[in-house]
Structure formats: structure tokens, C-alpha cells
Design a protein around this ligand. Structure first.
Ligand code: SF4
Length: 480
């Protein structure tokens, strides 16, 4: 049953769902009306959002909102659970390479205060443990561990440290102190390979007319980055420790052949997502709204606890996007202002607000671009994974991240940039300002910053005013 693409409320979804069912809609086992996630799961924020009206979007939301059930089912079936923390996109690729392991990110608790509209008390529990609102919303993870209300306690917890933000380091250490053992593995702060000065006035010239030559091996990383060989080797050795721990947990060998297969499957998902992003962010009429695209991108992190199903969910969404692009239709106006979005939002409603104001998302950098880039398949798998981990935008200098953002802005043809700050987040205290400056200087585009708390209702008028100002600025710059 095909209707014109539109963004609809939960109430409108109730009616549409009934119609779809009457027309013979077939769904996977986790399907059903979205309303039940409010009534049974307490996901009250759903009452305030606007959704894409496609069957593909319905499946995407149901897949996202049933992850807890999947994790509990995995535990019941005797699968081993790995709680990967902070690396965003590397350890789950390893874990899923073994048939009896399911991996997920407890970091995802970040969104619980928003989705449950603060009814879950996770933030109060974090407060009581001395992790107050001077930390970013990831502190909700502490409450989630103590109540066990949102996910089962993993059999193995890993946490990436070293170049990690202060918030996460402190919270994970607190978790460790509360009696949850953690396998720490380190990624150093990524630096450029060293160069030295050699003979005068020949070849590429340095500032003083000297040729610059590398003094250590430079290794290319996904995303157009590079790092010295010694850093890649170090991360590889750290990941070897993670491999050993997963093998011990699963009682089986995680050999290179299995890892290669795991990388191939992860890349399959990343390719589907790449085409979806390309269509959603560059088609003349936006085929899929920002909120559904945010969720689609998040599936790349740990497959929402079911790797094969995550690919099927994205394939269906891609199919819908292709159809809409082919027909030149979409849920937003054709003249919507093309905005590049930097950082994930603590309140999902902010994505709706941009579109309510006449904008559309054309490119994103949600702190995990390394989970979207293909993992090299022509290298030994542990080397490929080490390079991927080192390409994390959060472990390198902010200028690398800003470079990537500038490139992607040009790729998707964005007309403006929105940097959403995360309250309390140590990673973005000044990073937003650096990105802001670099985008303005290099590309001459208008940039706006907003701060989005887990529930943004109280500041929604301010957010709206700022976004409207950005939209009006772009419209004023467009040629008549
Ligand atoms: S949002 Fe920023 S501060 Fe919070 S855990 Fe993620 S990287 Fe760290």
C-alpha cells in the first residue's frame, strides 16, 4: 500500500497501521504498531516525534525499539553477550564473526533519558553516584547497569581508552569501581607520521625551502587519514587482547578467516548505508527524513544486536529511497535548505525541528564516521580493524574531523552547517567552535550552533529561532 511520502505523528501512524494491516501487511516477528512502545515500554518521547510514513520506516523503528527483547532472547538461547564500550564500530565487527556471540553498546543508554522522557531514573542514579549533569548524557549508562532494566549485563565488557573523552573514561572507571569488570584496550591519540628536512630546494618544499621527507612509515587509514606504523601496530596488539578475551568467552577460535567474513558482512551493511546516505543527502527531493536517517546510521555501530536483520532493514529502506528518488517524491519540500549536521542530538525531536523550519539534512558527522567507511578487505583482518579503530574521529585532532566535515559538505552540496552541542560533553567544549571557524573560512558557509539537552522542550523555541535564522540566511543567499 503506497501513499504519498509524508512525516506523520504517532496518532496518524495508529490509523495508518490499522489500514496497512487490513490491506495484508506482513511484518517480521518484532513488528507491530509503534504505539505499543509507549504503552508497554514507556517510550513516551514517541508521542512527540514525527515519523516517515513508509512501511520501511515502520520496520526500522520496530527494529530499533525491540533491541532489549533481542538481547534477552540471545541470553536465553545461551549466546554470549559482549558489551563493547566507546570504540563505536570495531569490537562488534570482531564479536559477530563468531556465531554464538552478540555484541552491543551499553553507550546506547545515552538516549534512554530522551526516549523515556526521564521516567527511567537512570540520570538520578548517576547523580547519586557522583556523576552529575556536568557529564554528558552517557552517564545514564550507570543507571542502566545498576537497574538492569534496559539490557542484560554482558558476559564480557570491553572499553576503549586512551584518546577517549574525559566523560567516558570517568564513567567507565566508576562502573568498574561498582564491580563490573572491564577489559580496557587503548587507542593512542592519533598523530601524523613524522617528517624531517632533507636536501635543499628539491622536490616538495617545506617552509624554509627544504624537502620534507617521512622519517617513519605512514599508514593510510579509512576516511583519507594516516597514522604512523607504530601506532597502527600498537592498536593491533591491543585488539589482539580483545580477540583473546572473545575467544575465551565464546569457547572457540576467532581466526583470520572468520574475521575476514565478519568484515565482509559489516562492509555489506556499510555499502547499503553509503548508497542510502548518498540518496538521502544529495537527491533533489529528500527521500527519507533526518530522524530515520539518524537511526539508519546508528545501525552501523553494532547492527542493533542482529547483524543479518540490520542489513535487511536497511535494504528495505534503501529500496524505498530509490523508488522515491526515481519518482521525484519525498516527505519534504524541494526547496528545503540543505544543512550538514554535526554531532548526534541528545533529543531526537531536534531532527524534526530542522525539517519543521524548512531544512533538510544533507550530510552528517555523528562522531562515528569511521563506522560508515568500508573496512579494508585487502589487508590481514586485524591490521584492517586496527586502522579502522585509529580512524575514529574522536581519537585524532579536531582539525582532522573538521577536514572530513568540509569534504563531506562539498560532497553532499550542503548550504549551511548546524553544530549541535551536547550538554556536559567534554569532547565538544571547544570543538564546535573550531569546526565552526574552519567551515566558515574554507567554504564561506553560514554555521549555527545549538545545544540540545535530552529533553529539549523547554529550549525548543530558542533552538527553533536559531535554526530559522540559519534557514533564512541561506534563502537570502540563494540566487533569485
Ligand atoms: S558524547 Fe562526547 S563526551 Fe559524551 S561520551 Fe560521547 S564522545 Fe564522550
Amino acid at each position: 500500500m503506497k501513499d504519498s511520502p509524508a512525516r506523520i505523528t504517532l496518532e496518524e501512524w495508529d490509523a495508518r497501521y490499522a489500514q496497512l494491516r487490513a490491506a495484508g501487511l506482513r511484518e517480521p516477528w518484532y513488528g507491530g504498531p509503534l504505539r505499543r512502545h509507549v504503552d508497554e515500554g514507556g517510550d513516551y518521547r514517541l508521542l512527540r516525534l514525527r515519523y516517515d510514513n513508509s512501511v520501511a520506516a515502520l520496520r526500522l523503528w520496530n527494529f530499533l525499539l525491540t533491541e532489549e527483547d533481542r538481547l534477552r532472547e540471545a541470553r536465553r538461547q545461551g549466546r554470549k553477550l559482549v558489551g563493547a564500550m566507546k570504540d563505536l564500530g570495531t569490537v562488534p565487527v570482531m564479536a559477530y564473526a563468531l556465531g554464538n556471540v552478540t555484541a552491543f553498546y551499553p553507550d546506547g543508554a545515552w538516549w534512554i533519558p530522551c526516549v523515556m522522557e526521564l521516567s527511567s531514573k537512570d540520570l538520578e542514579i548517576a547523580d547519586s553516584l557522583g556523576i552529575d549533569e556536568s557529564f554528558c548524557p552517557v552517564r545514564a549508562m550507570l543507571g542502566a547497569f545498576l537497574t538492569e532494566a534496559h539490557f542484560p549485563i554482558p558476559d564480557l565488557l570491553t572499553c576503549n581508552v586512551g584518546a577517549t573523552c574525559d566523560d567516558f573514561s570517568a564513567i567507565a572507571q566508576r562502573l568498574n569501581g561498582l564491580g563490573f569488570p572491564i577489559l580496557w584496550w587503548e587507542t593512542p591519540h592519533r598523530r601524523k607520521p613524522k617528517v624531517g628536512q632533507a636536501s635543499r630546494l628539491s622536490g616538495s618544499l617545506g617552509e624554509a625551502g627544504f624537502k620534507l621527507i617521512p622519517t617513519e612509515e605512514s599508514v593510510p587509514l579509512p576516511g583519507g587519514l594516516s597514522a604512523p606504523r607504530e601506532q597502527v601496530d600498537f592498536v593491533r596488539s591491543e585488539l589482539e587482547r580483545v580477540r583473546g578475551a572473545i575467544e575465551e568467552l565464546a569457547g572457540g577460535r576467532l581466526d583470520d578467516a572468520a574475521l575476514r567474513d565478519g568484515i565482509r558482512v559489516a562492509n555489506r551493511l556499510r555499502r547499503v548505508l553509503a548508497e542510502l546516505r548518498q540518496l538521502a543527502y544529495s537527491a533533489p527531493v529528500c527521500p527519507i527524513p533526518a530522524l530515520e536517517m539518524l537511526i539508519a546510521e546508528m545501525l552501523a555501530l553494532h547492527f542493533c544486536s542482529d547483524r543479518e536483520e540490520a542489513i535487511r532493514v536497511l535494504e528495505e529502506l534503501l529500496e524505498e529511497a530509490r523508488r522515491r528518488v526515481g519518482e521525484g517524491v519525498g516527505p519534504l519540500r524541494e526547496d528545503a535548505v540543505r544543512v550538514f549536521w554535526v554531532n548526534p542530538v541528545a533529543d531526537l525531536r531536534a531532527m524534526n525541528i530542522l525539517e519543521d523550519c524548512g531544512g533538510r539534512v544533507c550530510g552528517t558527522e555523528y562522531l562515528f564516521s569511521h563506522a560508515l567507511d568500508p573496512i579494508p578487505e585487502d589487508l590481514p583482518p586485524m591490521e584492517a580493524l586496527a586502522r579502522t579503530a585509529l580512524a575514529d574521529p574522536m581519537v585524532g585532532p579536531c582539525s582532522d574531523r573538521a577536514d572530513r566535515i568540509c569534504r563531506d559538505i562539498q560532497l553532499f552540496g550542503a548550504e549551511a552547517v548546524l553544530v549541535s552541542r551536547i550538554p556536559g560533553a567534554s569532547h565538544c567544549a571547544v570543538e564546535g567552535a573550531i569546526i565552526h571557524e574552519m567551515v566558515r573560512e574554507r567554504l564561506g558557509l553560514p554555521v549555527q550552533e545549538i545545544e540540545v539537552p535530552p529533553l529539549c522542550d523547554a529550549v525548543a523555541p530558542t533552538i527553533r529561532t536559531r535554526i530559522e535564522a540559519l534557514i533564512e540566511t541561506v534563502k537570502g543567499r540563494r540566487k533569485p
